[in-house]
Design a protein around this ligand. Structure first.
Ligand code: ZN
Length: 315
């Protein structure tokens, strides 16, 4: 990728982060402003008049007497960690291009790896739910890809055992500049899966280009136009200009997985993909990513650990 405005933007410096989110009080204020931009609003009745039970950090609605905390009903619900650490986690997750492993996150936050892992997955959930219903439109480059499985020795390429298949799709402008990315785990590369992907992720007006893999023709089920371009295989395929951006995105994802994450369990693949997708789709404004993620986090319902562990609940 050429030197461009994405790579050389400033992002949110550590000093600026400290200024905005350096204390528990500042983080509480940031959550408050995100969750209730016009002041407290009772989650039960919508009333605004309230009192504060300062000793317990609770708000009590004057109309219905319902008591709530600042973080009840949000992804941060029932956390034992200070919000200051959650903001630090969001900072590292959004400002590093390649993402951050739970080992590294734990080290930076000074918490156990397992704690960091849970934080990361909850925030990954926020990212996933936020982008789930946004469809790509216009020209779309599409490709098949895999994560995980045998790193060395095993069978390579399509259909290798232990690999999790996913669809990568990049919306571009008419002259081929990348706009948005979608990464979705699929059961396999069959017509049924691609048809399902297209119905939920693509606008019917999309013009999809893909290689010759037969299942991609199923995007027409969702009303999209489809053009298959025969590419040959290997490096010849990677150089095909029609797939420049989907290949670039997949190259970045593979580099990040190798460099950052040692192994990704199949059931967590959707949240990892959501992280990449979220960062890519907001790459023009790194500094705004943190307030935007805060906004989404306070609107994402709590996620108990038993759900976090489950395989396919949010797939
Ligand atoms: Zn109320």
């Amino acid at each position: 990728m050429a030197r461009n405005t994405v790579q050389f933007q400033k992002g949110l410096s550590e000093a600026a982060f400290e200024d905005c989110y350096g204390t528990e009080e500042k983080c509480r204020a940031a959550v408050m402003a995100s969750r209730w931009p016009n002041g407290f609003e009772c989650p039960a009745c919508g009333g605004r008049a309230h009192s504060e039970v300062k000793t317990r950090g609770l708000f009590q609605c004057s109309a219905c007497r319902h008591q709530t905390s600042l973080i009840a009903g949000t992804i941060f619900a029932s956390t034992h960690l200070p919000l200051r650490l959650w903001f630090r986690a969001m900072y590292h997750l959004t400002q590093s291009k390649q993402g951050i492993s739970s080992v590294e996150l734990g080290r930076r936050l000074g918490v156990k790896q397992f704690t960091a892992w849970k934080m990361k997955h909850k925030l990954g959930q926020v990212m996933m739910e936020r982008d789930a219903c946004k469809r790509l439109t216009g020209r779309v480059e599409m490709d098949d890809a895999y994560v995980g499985g045998e790193r060395t020795g095993g069978k390579r390429g399509r259909g290798a055992p232990g690999k999790t298949p996913f669809v990568a799709a990049v919306e571009t402008t008419a002259d081929g500049k990348p706009v948005r990315l979608k990464l979705r785990r699929v059961i396999s590369f069959c017509n049924h899966a691609i048809s399902g992907f297209a119905r939920t992720s693509l606008d019917p007006k999309c013009e999809v280009v893909s290689d010759g893999l037969a299942c991609f023709g199923a995007v027409t089920d969702a009303g999209c136009k489809h053009q298959a371009i025969k590419t040959g295989s290997g490096s010849a395929a990677a150089r095909t200009p029609a797939f420049k951006w989907v290949n670039t995105a997949l190259g970045n994802i593979k580099a990040a997985i190798v460099g950052t994450y040692r192994a990704i369990h199949e059931k967590h693949v959707p949240r990892y993909l959501a992280e990449f997708e979220y960062r890519f789709n907001r790459r023009y404004d790194l500094a705004a990513m943190l307030p935007r993620l805060t906004w989404a986090a306070v609107r994402t319902p709590p996620m108990p650990f038993r759900l976090l562990k489950l395989a396919d609940v949010y797939a």
